[in-house]
Design a protein around this ligand. Structure first.
Ligand code: BGC
Length: 829
């Protein structure tokens, strides 16, 4: 313990000693959606939390308070660079400080067990080691800035279906070796100041009440000394939760802690010492972030400023994964594009113009600006070839209505029963999402009778426009001053509020409008009586869909554009109805006619580059028919600028796959995430991701670790001394680049301890460590990679401990899991 740690502990004990039971119990419950109460009597300010992981939204769910939006966590993991994740974390700390936030509700380190997982985009990888390494970098970065983290969701929240109640049934070895492993690594290497316990159960016990996993494993075995906060509304039992090691129940003000907890102590159901332990953890957090008087903050001064836009752009390019890059017409691979004077590009796809930069749910932030592929390429090509790209829509990924956005200028007007205006706020889109106190100034749940989303719409195209609603309750829709619909939407079968909110849209009216001619729009919502609701929130949307064009005609237009250009770049994407918190995916196909579009364009132009804008794997059945495939994930606000950098060769696509991309869903190791009678059995045991593909001899579309970059690497030598691998590689291409040297271990069952090694069930190979190296053309570099002891161990349930498995191992130095370049053997006693 350092002197500063000691000073913080002293301040914590002194503050704790001054608090009575009621105040202590009150401190453990949210006072609102995002914060804990201040206790001026002990010099404690209110602790404020806010969602990550790609930005810091702040305490308001609105575009009035914009945030830098970094690429999705899948993209960050694809960079395979903990130091880069650390820089991302530092920027997020800066954002948090700017917004008065003390604790970031991130990172999400559940695993990619199935590509169907709705929050797949928000997690890092199918591999626990890579997840732990990226998460460690991220947590270290945020905390370098003096802001706390809550590593989430502890544990077994790897899918969304029935997430509040599902029992994830996980055997001890996969639980330890896969799902707990990233949490353990981050606790050991980054010392997080917080953790968030999940909604679900693990092996029959709700995670907020899981004494074994929280008190014995997390705090006992691993020595975690941070605070443990419930996922939002996950705390459901006063005594069960406090005994299960849950420190804080969020959100408030109605929770199972506060007065209920004080009463439980008075009734003798809970010892006061349990409350004290939780308060100590909260005060320690407050001391660390600098909101407890008399305690030195871990980081007193705000660190040097970081340029968020520049970092967002750099991160995006570093995470782009070039999975295919073939020579088309001439000898050279199609990427980077030849942008010599006069060369032309046809840019195609709905997401090329209306960029999809982030995934749905609590990870949403509102960036100040978004650079679409069309913006990015237009700016870059004007400078370079002098010819901006032509644009064609090609295919609509969705024929569903989406929140009114492009062409709309909207605001929300809150009125009381007499019609008097209480408050007003601007809206980034037709989506109203106010939670807790997050209302326009002057408005209050008690007095608000109606909310009107109102403003103007300037159509981009002439034709029949559809308007609709999403959300529950009574609405009146008017366009051009005329009431088009008035009615009530009742609750359907959705179990998750996110699903009700982001779920099925309802079309209410159609109207013929003219390009460029503005019309007034208005959607009025009757505010229901919310007195009895534990969490006060308003969520509804005004939806819109432009004229539906004949899909064949759209494809034909795109084909004509592709034919007329030297290169065709097609951006394909998922929609907010596909990848979001609150529900899982049903399939991995690209929505709408996007597959047909790609095939048609590729047939018309051999120089076809497909950009895949999806946070998680999608099926790409045409992948061998196109010249290049670039995966850009959800690239964040600067995605289009980074895309131009990469397509034109100003930056290398630096990514390697953090997760295997299956050829089709049926090949994925876990292709079903719907629980049976409330239970989700992790029957595949240790075999998720590449471990399963290898065991089943299934060839994926693209293997784990794959990514081409713009240069080539020769692996010159691999030497293993002790448990250190020394690898020498040469950049044999013509450009500088970065290679991720991946070290896999494969047990050889005939070695010195072959018998033991043969009887233990283990994957055929696994990632043990990795290192990034950079080199210019013709240059060689050597890197030393330590193989962690854990890579040779399994969890032994009999002794409840880690056990090293001796024997001979093949050590592989690989470009990807499917591309081993060199190997050596290693004997482990
Ligand atoms: C999510 C958490 C998030 C919280 C607060 C929950 O629904 O599961 O990841 O931090 O909401 O927005």
């Amino acid at each position: 313990m350092t002197d500063a740690d000691q000073a913080r502990e002293n301040a914590v004990e002194a503050a704790l000693g001054k608090l009575d039971l009621d105040t202590k119990a009150r401190l453990l419950a949210g006072q609102d959606m995002w914060s804990l109460p201040a206790l001026p009597e002990i010099g404690l300010q209110s602790l404020v939390m806010s969602d990550g992981p790609i930005g810091v939204r702040g305490v308001r769910w609105t575009a009035d308070d914009p945030s830098i939006a970094l690429p999705s966590p899948t993209a960050l993991a694809a960079a395979w660079d903990p130091a880069l994740a650390r820089r991302a974390g530092r920027l997020l700390a800066q954002e948090a400080r700017r917004k008065g936030v003390h604790v970031l509700l991130a990172p999400t380190v559940n695993l990619h067990r199935s590509p169907l997982g709705g929050r797949h985009f928000e997690c890092y990888s199918e591999d626990p080691y890579l997840t732990g390494a990226i998460g460690t970098g991220y947590v270290n970065g945020v905390q370098d800035g003096g802001v706390g983290t809550t590593v989430k969701h502890f544990v077994g929240n790897d899918a969304e279906t029935e997430r509040f109640t599902v029992d994830s049934v996980i055997a001890p070895r996969p639980l330890r070796e896969l799902y707990l492993a990233p949490f353990e690594a981050i606790v050991a290497n980054a010392h997080p100041w917080g953790i968030m316990t999940a909604y679900n159960q693990v092996n029959g016990t709700t995670m907020t009440e899981h004494r074994y996993l929280v008190n014995e494993v997390l705090r006992g075995e691993w020595g975690f000394d941070g605070y443990n906060v419930s996922d939002w509304m996950a705390a459901r039992a006063t005594t069960g939760d406090i005994e299960g090691g849950l420190d804080v129940a969020m959100p408030g003000p109605q929770t199972v802690y506060g007065s209920a907890l004080a009463e439980a102590v008075r009734a003798g159901e809970v010892p006061e010492s349990a409350v004290d332990a939780a308060v100590r953890n909260v005060l320690r957090l407050a001391a660390r972030v600098g909101v407890l008087e008399g305690a030195p903050a871990v980081v007193a001064e705000a660190p040097e400023a970081i340029d968020g836009q520049a970092l967002a752009r750099e991160l995006a390019a570093r995470g782009f994964v070039l999975v295919r890059n073939e020579a088309a017409l001439d000898e050279n691979p199609v990427l980077p594009l030849d942008a010599a004077a006069g060369r032309t590009v046809a840019l195609i796809g709905a997401a090329a113009r209306d960029a999809r930069v982030l995934g749905g749910g609590s990870a949403t932030v509102f960036p100040e600006r978004v650079v679409s592929p069309l913006d990015g390429l237009t700016a870059a090509l004007r400078d370079r070839s002098g010819v901006p790209p032509t644009y064609a829509l090609g295919a609509d990924p969705s024929d569903e209505l989406t929140p009114a956005g492009q062409g709309f200028e909207l605001r929300a007007v809150c009125r009381d029963a007499s019609g008097a205006v209480l408050g007003e706020g601007s809206l980034p889109s037709g989506q109203v999402q106010w939670i807790g106190e997050d209302l326009p100034a002057g408005a209050a749940y008690e007095t608000m009778a109606t909310i009107e989303v109102t403003g103007t719409f300037v159509p981009r195209e002439s034709g029949e426009h559809a308007f609709g609603t999403r959300g529950l309750g009574a609405f009146t829709l008017a366009v051009g001053g005329e009431t088009l619909w008035h009615g009530v939407q009742e609750m359907g079968d959705e179990a998750d509020p996110f699903e009700a909110f982001f779920g099925a849209p309802s079309e209410r009216a159609r109207l013929t409008l003219t390009e460029g001619e503005p019309v007034e729009v208005s959607l009025t919502y009757q505010v229901p009586d919310m007195t009895a609701m534990p969490l006060k929130a308003i969520m509804f949307s005004l939806l819109h869909l432009g004229p539906r064009r004949d899909p064949e005609e759209l494809i034909a237009e795109a084909v004509a554009a592709a034919r007329a250009a030297d290169t065709a770049v097609v951006v394909v994407a998922t929609t907010e109805r596909v990848e979001s918190e609150g529900f899982d995916r049903r399939d991995l196909t690209l929505p709408g006619r996007q597959d047909d579009l790609v095939r048609a364009v590729a047939a018309a132009n051999p120089n076809t580059v497909v950009v895949v804008n999806a946070g998680s794997p999608v099926e790409l059945p045409w992948r061998e028919e196109v010249a290049a495939v670039l995966l850009t994930w959800f690239p964040g606000q600067e995605g289009g600028a980074a895309l131009a950098d990469v397509l034109l060769g100003d930056a290398e696509p630096g990514g390697r796959l953090p997760t295997t991309w299956p050829a089709r869903l049926a090949d994925a190791p876990v292709a079903e995430v719907v629980p049976t009678e409330g239970r989700l059995e992790y029957r595949e045991g240790l075999f998720i991701g590449y471990r399963a593909y290898e065991a089943g001899s299934i060839t994926p579309a693209f293997p784990f670790g794959h990514g081409l970059g713009y240069t080539d690497w020769a692996y010159e030598s691999l030497e293993v001394t002790g448990t250190t691998a020394r690898v020498r590689v040469t950049n044999t291409g013509s450009r500088p680049g970065r290679e991720v040297v991946q070290i896999y271990l494969a047990p050889v069952v005939t070695g010195s301890d072959g018998a033991r090694s043969a009887t233990v069930e283990r994957p055929a190979s696994w990632l043990a460590a990795f290192a990034g190296v950079e080199a210019g053309p013709g240059e060689s570099v050597e890197t030393e990679i330590a193989l962690p002891a854990r890579a040779f161990e399994i969890w032994d349930e009999e002794t409840r401990g880690w056990q090293r498995i001796g024997g001979t191992y093949e050590v592989r130095a690989s470009h990807s899991h499917g591309d081993t370049r060199l190997s050596a053997t290693l004997d482990i006693p």
